[in-house]
Design a protein around this ligand. Structure first.
Ligand code: HPA
Length: 233
């Protein structure tokens, strides 16, 4: 048996799955960090791999960008493949001066503008929250690896391009650290189906100042983020 958007057989996907937006990043991580990695999905180019990290079985699955695409893969991973730990590994844009390019963020909660959430909750506002156990473990792993992390809230948007010049002001004022496009629906679905989720993010740009990371910084912070996520397996 497989699911609608994944051609893996049940059993091909590990209990812990890392979720980058970019399927080619999944391929890169599988080739760079995993032993005996096998590609289990090529449907729509949304590559997924299962392999071993320090002897522990782990999968890495692209989600595409945005909450619509992410929710398709998260639903199928949980309901067909019985995945138990879902860890987003991605980038975010900082909206705080204190959060600099290249830093690693562990998302405790995610606000957002997902219609899927507002329709589901009939216009009320669900507080999408990370799994505390995964969050604690990631924080401890980062400390042990000497990687400084920032803990806090993110905003998940379905609109990358927007004309509103002061769009992030209110969220900045309410302590949101970064903006990305997937975490809110990941946390919501994980709670709905009784599994664990976390988002580990690196700051790729500052949305207020327009600064963006150099290729070199991106690689360092990307590797830091991946090590934290892979150790969780
Ligand atoms: N907007 C939305 N998502 C993002 C951004 C951004 O500026 N940067 C990284 N992910």
């Amino acid at each position: 048996m497989s699911s609608l958007h994944l051609e893996a057989k049940v059993g091909d996907i590990a209990e812990t799955v890392l979720l980058p937006g970019d399927p080619l990043r999944a391929k890169h991580v599988a080739e760079t960090f995993l032993d005996d990695a096998v590609c289990y999905n090529k449907v729509r180019g949304m590559l997924g791999f299962t392999g071993y990290y320090k002897g522990n079985r782990v999968s890495i699955q692209g989600t595409g960008m945005g909450m619509g695409s992410t929710s398709i893969y998260v639903n199928e991973l949980i309901n067909t493949y019985k995945v138990k730990n879902l860890i987003r590994v991605g980038t975010c844009g900082s909206i705080q001066e204190s959060l600099k390019l290249g830093q690693v963020l562990l998302a405790m909660s995610a606000s957002g503008d997902s219609d899927a959430n507002s329709l589901y909750f009939q216009g009320m506002h669900y507080a999408a929250t990370a799994d505390f156990d995964l969050l604690m473990k990631a924080y401890k792993i980062a400390n042990d690896l000497n990687i400084k992390t920032y803990q806090g809230s993110v905003f998940s948007t379905n609109t990358f391009y927007d004309d509103e010049p002061n769009r992030w002001e209110k969220w900045q004022k309410h302590g949101i650290l970064g903006v990305e496009m997937e975490t809110q629906i990941l946390f919501t679905l994980a709670k709905r189906f009784g599994v664990k989720a976390l988002s580990v993010l690196t700051v790729s740009d500052n949305i207020i100042t327009g600064e963006a990371t150099s290729v070199k910084d991106r690689e360092q912070s990307f590797n830091d983020m991946m090590k934290i996520a892979l150790e969780l397996a």
